[in-house]
Design a binder for this molecule. Structure first.
Ligand code: 6PG
Length: 261
């Protein structure tokens, strides 16, 4: 089934209960569609609640989207004073580090849009991991008032080649956490300890949007979307919003065999 989505690019759409997969011809088309989706969800959330809460993804894939959101068209179209920016995860490094997800977002987006500093809720990777996680947990519990889990309007996620999402790595302790909102997490494959939202928070979002691009992700995309495997081995398979929607934005290079429909 084909459906035109964001930016008029034709995409291949495969729908299940609350999961939709959109495949774009290339990364540029994916970024444009993701920016259009971000702006639309932002307008909808602000229209309903007066604010838009989004958890940003780290890594390299979302940089194109962030840069686009900071460009003329979106910079003026989005009411940034109503937007609250959080992070899905962070490396335990100072914000000035080239490895920092905050720094990546700051360079590609935050320094280019008029989002008030009080609306930027950074994970403090410079703190000892347990303290950084506890501080961010407090930030979330204070911002999202009420005893229940935080409900983000939108959580952006990338996909690691090993199937990790945020900093929930295969067979890692953080992947099993069901009480805390934010935990320190470790992986032998990562140089630095990490801070990460836990699955209950991720799956509590109104909308989860995966952004995955490039030939090097073809194999893991196929394993996550088409083959059975345990979430312990492929954490992305544990991403299943309780009430919300799950969207996959893939470019053709990453979609590979599933593009054959
Ligand atoms: C991080 C991210 C991580 C990332 C994936 C994909 O801190 O690196 O949160 O989960 O989204 O590793 O990374 P790329 O987009 O660079 O492929």
């Amino acid at each position: 089934m084909h459906e035109t989505a964001g930016g008029g690019e034709e995409t291949m759409l495969r729908k299940t209960a609350n999961r939709r997969i959109h495949i774009f011809p290339d990364k540029d088309a994916l970024d444009k569609a993701a920016a259009a989706f971000f702006a639309a969800r932002c307008a909808e959330s602000i229209g309903t609640t007066g604010r838009f809460t989004v958890a940003l993804a780290g890594g390299s894939t979302p940089q194109g989207l962030y840069h686009l959101l900071g460009s003329e068209g979106f910079r003026t179209r989005i009411p940034w004073n109503r937007v609250h920016l959080f992070w899905g995860d962070e490396r335990c490094v100072p914000p000035s580090s080239g490895k920092s997800n905050y720094r990546m977002a700051a360079e590609s987006l935050l320094t280019r849009v008029p989002v008030p500093p009080g609306n930027i809720h950074r994970m403090q990777g410079e703190l000892p991991p347990s303290e950084g996680a506890a501080r961010y947990e407090e930030t979330l519990r204070t911002f999202f008032t009420g005893p229940r889990l935080p409900v983000f309007n939108l959580i952006l996620l990338g996909l690691g080649s090993d199937g990790h999402v945020a900093s929930l790595f295969p067979y890692s302790e953080g992947l099993q956490e069901r009480e805390r909102l934010v935990v320190p997490n470790y992986s032998w494959a990562q140089a630095n300890p990490r801070l990460t939202l836990t699955l209950p928070v991720i799956n509590g979002a109104e909308t989860i949007l995966f952004l995955v691009a490039g030939e090097e992700k073809r194999s893991v995309v196929s394993r996550v979307l088409c083959r059975e495997s345990s979430p312990a081995r492929l954490p992305a398979r544990a991403v299943c919003p309780v009430m919300g929607d799950l969207l996959w934005y893939l470019d053709k290079a990453a979609a590979g065999e599933i593009a054959a429909g």
